[in-house]
Design a protein around this ligand. Structure first.
Ligand code: EPU
Length: 320
């Protein structure tokens, strides 16, 4: 996004390249005077659930939403691209990401508003929001049990499971727009599709969800059962980016991949999970190039065997 928030992660908007290569001076102008943390040439490995990824020219963890707005304004003037890293469902290429990469880790506050409405800042983890909802005996987010991403990432991706998805609970979204202004966007103005939300350009800084009062033990039981199901069927103890492919009309991607005989298939330290074939796991030192080669192999094999072209759910970002 030439003011440039590219799609993927917890941001929205058109993907555009800066008009000229970003210089060190541009980067310094973009991050000048911020209260939050700034790291140059920062490896992104530790910011992704895959534990894979080359460096960001600059990684910024804004201290609060004002800091985020200031960064957006300054980056726009300096023509430095911004990418928000949600971290899950994301593969960062080995050569990393040019410009500024933003982590919303410090936008991590949740508050209770009247009438079953909760407000969560964009960097709040979905598990935290779900725990908060249970503590207030509020139902409507049980579908999210086991989803590790941030609430901002869940909105951008319209994250979901077979129990439900983000758009069903969403009331409105707070967006830091291209000018760095904080604007409110009602859910009714957003078009949602399978694993995608068409949001106005900008960065998701916060989310209102509308929930319903319910029996706390009942909510907790649904969540517990669902977490157990995921633990039994998914490789949650290994680094991964969740499901790699979207399910197809011809059946769940995991089933098609297993039937193609690909469970356990490996390129370097990237492996099609033995437990759930729609997960690729990092056995230790996988590089993005290993994952990409494995994705290609899985896609090709499934297509040859079934005629189904699998579509990626995983977002791939960074310099090719
Ligand atoms: N299956 C296989 N082999 C496998 C995996 C699955 O045959 O290796 C079969 C299962 O036996 C089952 C069917 O495929 O009959 C569906 O499997 P599962 O219940 O595991 O659900 P899924 O469709 O594979 C979806 C979401 C997951 C979410 C689970 C649980 C997608 C692409 N995936 O998986 O989301 O955790 O339901 O609700 O929608 C993610 O988004 O990152 C993700 C993992």
């Amino acid at each position: 996004m030439p003011t440039t928030m590219r799609t993927g992660g917890a941001h929205t908007g058109p993907s555009m390249s800066p008009r000229r290569p970003t210089t060190t001076r541009d980067l310094q102008a973009a991050v000048a005077g911020l209260k939050g943390e700034v790291r140059f040439n920062a490896p992104l490995r530790e910011f992704t659930s895959f534990r894979i990824g080359g460096p960001a020219d600059a990684l910024v963890i804004p201290a609060d939403v004002e800091d985020l707005s200031k960064l957006v304004q300054q980056a726009r003037i300096a023509k430095v691209p911004i990418f928000v890293v949600g971290g899950t469902n994301l593969l960062v290429r080995d050569s990393g990401i040019r410009g500024v990469v933003v982590s919303l880790a410090k936008l991590n506050h949740v508050k209770d508003e009247a009438g079953g409405v909760l407000y969560a800042e964009g960097g709040v983890g979905m598990p935290t929001l779900l725990r908060f909802a249970i503590s207030r005996s509020l139902s409507g987010l049980e579908w999210a049990a086991g989803i590790p991403g941030t609430v901002a990432g869940c909105v951008v991706m319209n994250a979901g499971t077979r129990l439900g998805q983000m758009d069903q609970a969403l009331k409105a979204v707070h967006i830091v727009d291209r000018q760095g202004k904080l604007v409110e966007c009602p859910a009714a103005d957003i078009r949602f599709t399978y694993r995608r939300a068409l949001l106005p350009p900008g960065i998701v800084a916060g989310v209102w969800v509308q929930l319903r009062p319910a029996n706390r033990d009942k909510i907790a039981t649904v969540v517990k059962d669902y977490l157990r199901y995921r633990k039994d069927t998914q490789p949650l103890t290994l680094a991964s980016a969740g499901c790699v492919f979207k399910n197809s009309e011809r059946g769940p991607a995991g089933k098609l991949i297993e039937e193609a005989g690909l469970k356990g298939a490996r390129v370097g330290d990237a492996q099609v999970s033995e437990k759930h074939a729609n997960f690729i796991v990092n056995l230790g030192d996988a590089r993005a190039s290993d994952v990409l080669a494995l994705i290609k192999k899985v896609g090709r094999t499934v297509e040859e065997r079934t005629g189904v072209t699998l579509e990626l759910e995983l977002k791939i970002v960074g310099q090719p």
